[in-house]
Design a protein around this ligand. Structure first.
Ligand SMILES: C[S@@+](CC[C@H](N)C(=O)[O-])C[C@H]1O[C@@H](n2cnc3c(N)ncnc32)[C@H](O)[C@@H]1O
Length: 243
């Protein structure tokens, strides 16, 4: 690879976030590895605690793959691909460019500097790159199904998911927000996880109530406060709803 990696890394609250370049400015593909540590670790613990051996997880939107890879690494460490267990991790994004970058599996090394050593060990330095780039090991990249680019609104999988993660999309959805909410409810037979960034989400106002979901707590997950003084206070919290 001779071209520089097509994006920047910026630090937000001590976490390096990747801003991949896109043809369209909105919605942005900003993403990060281990972006929501409490939630991502508590979700993997919840999957591990289930007696059923099979679990289907959808990460949509997935941007350039960091969120799905984070979960694959945590799941790998928790043994969720071993011992007769089956964990399916599908990821979907609207952007052809971001989907191609997820498939390419190259990331700026600075984007993983905050990871604990055990997680960093799942990445390899990429010798052929023109900058400092890393790739996730095949043992974890191969655990993520990067679906052909497409809109979540049009997505019609053959089978529903046990958990659907839709993080950092709804705030850009505008008039399509109700359609996204309906879609998420139809895709999930278990959990729906969305980040609360305004008063629209959270236990006090369940957007999935009519579809039969209730707010649930995951041990270890930082729940949104019921009455945030500023929406930004809940930016880093994930609300979980379940049937
Ligand atoms: C801010 S990123 C979020 C990535 C990741 N979930 C995270 O929080 O790190 C938003 C993504 O939504 C994608 N997107 C926008 N509309 C979409 C749609 N209708 N279906 C699927 N993805 C969409 C964009 O391409 C972009 O990659």
């Amino acid at each position: 690879m001779t071209q520089p990696w097509p994006g920047n890394v910026v630090e937000i609250d001590g976490v390096p976030h990747i801003l991949p370049h896109n043809d369209k400015p909105n919605p942005p593909g900003i993403t990060a590895f281990l972006r929501y540590p409490e939630f991502q670790r508590s979700l993997v613990r919840a999957i591990a605690a289930r007696s059923a051996p099979d679990f289907r997880l959808l990460v949509a939107p997935g941007s350039i793959g960091c969120e799905a890879l984070t979960l694959a690494i945590l799941a790998k460490e928790a043994g969720l691909f071993d011992g007769g267990r089956s964990l399916v991790i599908d990821t979907l994004d609207l952007s052809a460019r971001f989907t191609a970058l997820a498939r390419q599996n190259l990331y700026p090394e600075s984007a993983i500097r905050h990871l604990p050593p055990a997680m960093k060990a799942h990445f390899n330095a990429c010798a052929q790159s023109s900058g400092a780039l890393v790739s996730a090991a095949d043992t974890v990249h191969g655990c993520v199904n990067i679906l052909p680019r497409g809109s979540l609104l049009d997505f019609q999988p053959a089978e529903a998911y046990d958990a659907v993660l839709c993080v950092n999309l709804l705030q850009y959805a505008g008039e399509f927000r109700p359609a996204f909410l309906d879609k998420l409810a139809s895709l999930s037979r278990g959990m729906i996880c969305v980040n609360r960034i305004d008063q629209a989400f959270g236990a006090a106002n369940n957007p999935f109530h009519d579809a039969g979901f209730r707010p649930v707590g995951l041990p270890g997950n930082r729940e949104p406060s019921p009455a945030p003084r500023k929406p930004a206070e809940n930016w880093n919290c994930i609300s979980v709803f379940a049937r």
